[in-house]
Structures are given as C-alpha cells and as structure tokens.
Design a protein around this ligand. Structure first.
Ligand code: FEO
Length: 174
C-alpha cells in the first residue's frame, strides 16, 4: 500500500503537472498572438506532454488503489517579452519540477516502496531531457538575438515538432 505521505505528494504533483501544462499553453497562445506559429507549436506540444505526465501519475495512483483528487489550478502568466524569455522561464520552471520529482523519489525510497521508485525512474529521466531541451532552445534563441531572419528560420524549425505520446501511456497493442 502506498503511504499517506507519498499519496498526498503525488496528488500535489498531478496538480503541478497540470499547472505546467497550463503555463505552456499560455506561452503557446502568447507566441501565436505575436505571429510565431512555430514557437506556438513547440509549446503546444509541451502542453500535451505535461498532460501525459499528469495522466501517468493518475493511472499509477488508480493502480495502487489510491484515489486521485483534483485541486484548483493557479493562474499563470499570460505575456512574455520575447521568445528567449519564454525558454528561460521554461528552464527555470523545469528545474523546480526536477526538485519536486526528486522529492517524490526520496519519499518512495524512505518508504521502501519499490513499485513507486520504479515508476518514478521514468520521470527522473524525463526531467533530464526536459531541462536539456530548454537549454538547447535558450542557446538557439540567444544565437539569433536581434536577427529577424534568424527568428523566422527558428520559428519554421519549431513548427516541425510533433507530439508523441509518453511511453508509459502506450498500450501493448501499439
Ligand atoms: Fe512534467 Fe515538464 O515536466
């Protein structure tokens, strides 16, 4: 059985993942409003991925006979100065999420809850990827600062990002 402490922390993490989803949707809409359709697409994929993260945790709690309860999602910022600033905030935010995931892993280890530890390995790896992606995007946006044609090219590249369902949600039939 999952401990009350870990149960509560995972419910909070579901809320944090949904808040992340909302943050990235807001960035997507701001980018769209500013004419950066590719950037908007990049953040739209991010919004879908964050919903996957929440879903994985919901499925996990359900499988451990622990009820999922939803909390209110706090408002998010709606405007950014630049695309670079969006990616900088993305990295800052993902570092916070990494801390939350590490905290969940620490509770699971303390509980000797090996099933939960195992489930969290995917999230630990995912955070390394998320932070790396954000750093790559900061580098790309910094290298074209002030260059409108460079921004046009980057925007076109980001339009190619495609959503792929998170592997823990994939069914065996796929
Ligand atoms: Fe759910 Fe971006 O971490």
């Amino acid at each position: 059985m999952i401990s009350a402490k870990l149960h509560t922390a995972i419910v909070d993490q579901i809320n944090a993942e949904l808040w992340s989803a909302y943050l990235y949707l807001s960035m997507s809409l701001d980018a769209e409003a500013k004419g950066f359709k590719g950037v908007a697409n990049w953040f739209y994929v991010q919004w879908l991925e964050e919903q996957d993260h929440a879903r994985i945790l919901m499925n996990y709690l359900n499988s451990r006979d622990a009820k999922v309860t939803l909390k209110a999602i706090e408002p998010v910022r709606t405007e950014w100065e630049s695309v670079l600033e969006m990616f900088q905030e993305t990295l800052r935010h993902e570092k916070v999420v990494t801390g939350l995931i590490n905290n969940l892993a620490a509770i699971a280890a303390e509980d000797r809850d090996f099933a939960s530890s195992n489930m969290l390995v995917w999230f630990i790896d995912e955070q390394v990827e998320e932070e790396g992606n954000a750093r790559d995007m900061i580098f790309a946006a910094q290298s074209i600062e002030g260059d409108k044609y460079g921004m046009y090219q980057l925007d076109k590249e980001l339009a190619a990002r495609v959503y792929k369902q998170a592997s823990p949600l994939a069914t065996s039939a796929e």
